[in-house]
Design a protein around this ligand. Structure first.
Ligand code: HXC
Length: 259
């Protein structure tokens, strides 16, 4: 639906790029002309993902990077610039999560998710900044969050707090870095049926139909719905959009519940 040159000449670094929404975004970006660097904790997985993109003619590379480690994040940023000559788009997609009532959550369990989601996003923004500022297209940061970080997320206080923190960080950076021609936005997916997260949290426990009905549209979203939003926000079509949180959740955050 986008023209083939929508992201021509751009370079994107995508965390958690080996699977799920991250890989879907990477694949869409490569099809529309971007070069993509995929990073994740599992080297084999990100290499296979990059190969799948290269096999269909896209420009892709991959390397291991745990976003909890600032040195590894810096190395990933530098490797991206070395390989593709620039870094225009930073996609903060890597996330960790598990269901656990707060009273039973250990301090280390809390810290682990905050480290991956919130600290990891900060590290990526921080390391990418000089390159985003130097981008000839204008820099773009897109972080994947969820409205559950705004509305309250029982049994996921760690992830809810991290996602809420990312929203606040993004709005702050949008203001702070606007003068550097860097746009900073978030995307809030709802339940995306073809992801591991939704499968684990809802479908496996037999709550799939119920959760789908909680959206105004009555259906789960698809990874491609999020990829399309990420294409839009990274492209010139969104050149005056910054500090936004693009909600792609079928109306779930409205707390719509079907009759
Ligand atoms: C209680 C748990 C737990 C669980 C881990 N912990 N899983 N506590 N219930 N199910 C605790 C551990 O006991 C430990 O604390 C601490 O968390 C760290 O656990 P590790 O296993 O050592 O951590 P690590 O190997 O680094 O793994 C990180 C992880 C894991 C987040 C725990 O689940 C992971 O790697 N996830 C990545 C993939 C992922 O979660 N993707 C989903 C994203 S989807 P103690 O105190 O024992 O030391 C998403 C959106 C969903 O976020 C939206 C749906 C609508």
């Amino acid at each position: 639906m986008f023209t083939n040159d929508t992201l021509q000449g751009r370079v994107a670094l995508i965390t958690g790029g080996g699977t799920g929404i991250g890989l879907e975004i990477a694949t869409a970006y490569a099809r529309l002309g971007a070069s993509v660097m995929l990073v994740g904790r599992n080297e084999e997985r990100v290499q296979a993902a990059a190969k799948s993109i290269s096999d269909e003619g896209g420009k892709a590379a991959a390397m291991k990077c745990d976003v909890r480690n600032y040195d590894e994040v810096k190395q990933a940023v530098e490797a991206t610039v070395e390989r593709f000559g620039a870094l225009d788009i930073m996609i903060n997609n890597a996330a960790g999560n598990f269901v656990c009532p707060t009273a039973e959550l250990s301090p280390n369990g809390w810290k682990t998710v905050i480290d991956i989601d919130l600290n990891g996003t900060f590290y990526c923004c921080h390391a990418a900044y000089p390159h985003l500022k130097a981008s000839r297209h204008g820099g773009s940061v897109i972080s994947i969050i969820t409205m559950l970080g705004v509305s309250g997320w029982p049994a996921a206080a760690h992830a809810a707090s991290a996602k809420g923190g990312i929203l606040s960080l993004s709005r702050t950076l949008a203001v702070e870095w606007g003068g550097d021609n860097i746009r900073v936005n978030t995307i809030s997916p709802g339940p995306i049926g073809d992801t591991e997260g939704t499968k684990r949290m809802y479908i496996d426990g037999g709550k799939g139909d119920l959760e789908a009905k909680k959206t105004a549209l009555g259906i789960f979203g698809r990874k491609v719905d999020i990829a399309n939003a990420a294409v839009y926000l990274a492209s010139d079509l969104a050149s005056y959009v910054t500090g936004d949180n693009l909600i792609v959740d079928g109306g779930r955050w409205l707390k719509y519940v079907a009759e």
